[in-house]
Ligand binder design. Structure first.
Ligand SMILES: *Cc1c(COP(=O)(O)O)cnc(C)c1O
Ligand code: SF4
Length: 395
């Protein structure tokens, strides 16, 4: 027996479980204080087949994918995130997001290297400026865990593209000289890979730019490395508040004790928390799972912001769901959870078309009635209701 958490578990959240208590036998002798040290977590990430064998009961497919895939896309898992997996169930939703499968090695004719054309909208390296008022600012190409479904897989897999200090300066200079930019979204990779000092400098520099009204940080650290949310980091974020922090929970099993603690500390530091879920086959493509996730996030003060349709990026087609599935999930949420728990379902169009919101169709008919145009709607429960519209003043 090499594993601590081998008992099959019923579906349900791990809300009362800590990753420390669930840690693999391999880490049995690690003290709680080391486990809570994010540098230790980074240093002890699971990367090689040998590391994997020490923490999981691998399937034949996973073993092949780890061996063959390592050259194509980076692989790394924090001991924390590994501990949230069911070590015996290859279909575990946490495991499916971090352990490679053979689907990654297949190439589909429609898959794109840069699915969102982020590079062709780069006025300077490291900035994507697509919408007039906001930019994506890539600050790092490293992440604690490399998600198998990552849209920027190609970039996070190329260590030669890491943002240098000079590149960060050039990005800041571009924002300074572009007064239409009111909203800056720090992205990556994961911006919390930067040191507190570096991040603090960046946030301070952005705050000093008069036309920058909104600063956002997109990070998966609360999920994959909640130990990164230290009092020192919270001080840096508090000094720049309010920071809109977009995180990336995809399943309620990711919300264990450490993740909850991290979210609470971020709230205390004045962050406004939002979640960007990616819709993934076999992970969260069911209304019940999304409902449970959204309820638990709201309970933690984190508002579901987007459900993102999985992109046409290379090596992630095995995660994609039909558009119809997302619409079903949206139709299920509406009416069964308050509006704060209903995010927007968006497709980020290939080629840089931007995000489009998809909404379940609620109009059953639209006819001219005795009192004017009569629209018949269907509500979440399938009941229909008539609404008499008025003519617009200019027609
Ligand atoms: C998603 C995205 C943003 C942020 O969009 P919001 O819808 O405001 O969250 C900004 N720039 C680019 C290029 C994006 O893809
Ligand atoms: S944390 Fe984000 S950028 Fe990093 S691998 Fe996961 S999805 Fe990609």
């Amino acid at each position: 027996m090499t594993h601590a958490n081998t008992t099959p578990r019923p579906p349900g959240s791990l809300r009362h479980e800590s990753s420390y208590a669930r840690r693999a036998r391999k880490f049995e002798d690690v003290s709680l204080s080391r486990w809570q040290d994010w540098h230790w977590q980074q240093r002890n990430r699971i990367r090689t087949l040998e590391d994997f064998e020490g923490v999981l009961e691998l399937t034949e497919e996973e073993r092949d994918a780890i061996t063959l895939g390592a050259e194509r896309f980076r692989v790394a898992i924090t001991p924390h995130y590994a501990a949230m997996m069911n070590t015996e169930d290859p279909d575990c939703p946490v495991r499916a997001q971090a352990v490679p499968k053979l689907g990654e090695l297949e190439t589909q004719p429609f898959e794109l290297r840069d699915p969102l054309a982020e590079e062709s909208h780069m006025p300077v390296p490291g900035i994507t400026h697509r919408y007039p008022d906001r930019v994506l600012f890539y600050t790092s190409h490293n992440c604690p865990v490399y998600c198998r479904h990552c849209t920027r897989k190609r970039k996070v897999s190329d260590p030669t593209t890491a943002a240098s200090r000079a590149q960060l300066e050039a990005g800041l200079a571009y924002i300074r000289e572009t007064p239409t930019v009111r909203d800056v979204l720090l992205s990556g990779g994961d911006p919390l890979t930067l040191s507190d000092e570096r991040l603090g400098e960046l946030l301070t520099a952005l705050r000093e730019i008069e036309h920058v009204e909104v600063i956002r940080v997109g990070t998966r650290n609360p999920v994959t490395l909640p130990q990164r949310i230290t009092p020192e980091l919270c001080d840096v974020l508090r000094d720049a508040r309010p920071i809109y922090l977009h995180t990336h929970f995809n399943h309620p099993d990711e919300l264990g004790l450490e993740a909850r603690r991290a979210l609470r500390d971020l709230l205390d530091a004045g962050c406004v928390l939002g979640n960007q879920m990616v819709l993934l086959a076999g992970v969260n493509d069911s209304p019940e799972v999304v409902m449970r996730l959204n309820r638990e996030l709201l309970e933690q003060g984190c508002r579901p912001y987007y459900i993102l349709q999985c992109d046409m990026a290379e090596g992630i087609t095995h995660f994609r769901t039909p558009l119809e599935r997302g619409l079903e999930i949206m139709a299920h949420l509406r009416g069964r959870i308050g509006g704060m728990g209903v995010p927007d379902f968006v497709v980020d169009l290939p080629g840089g078309g931007g995000k489009i919101e998809l909404v379940p169709d609620s109009i059953v008919s639209d006819v001219q009635g005795p009192h004017g145009r009569t629209v018949t709607f269907q509500n979440y429960a399938g009941e229909t209701f008539e609404f008499v519209d008025i003519a617009s003043a200019d027609s």
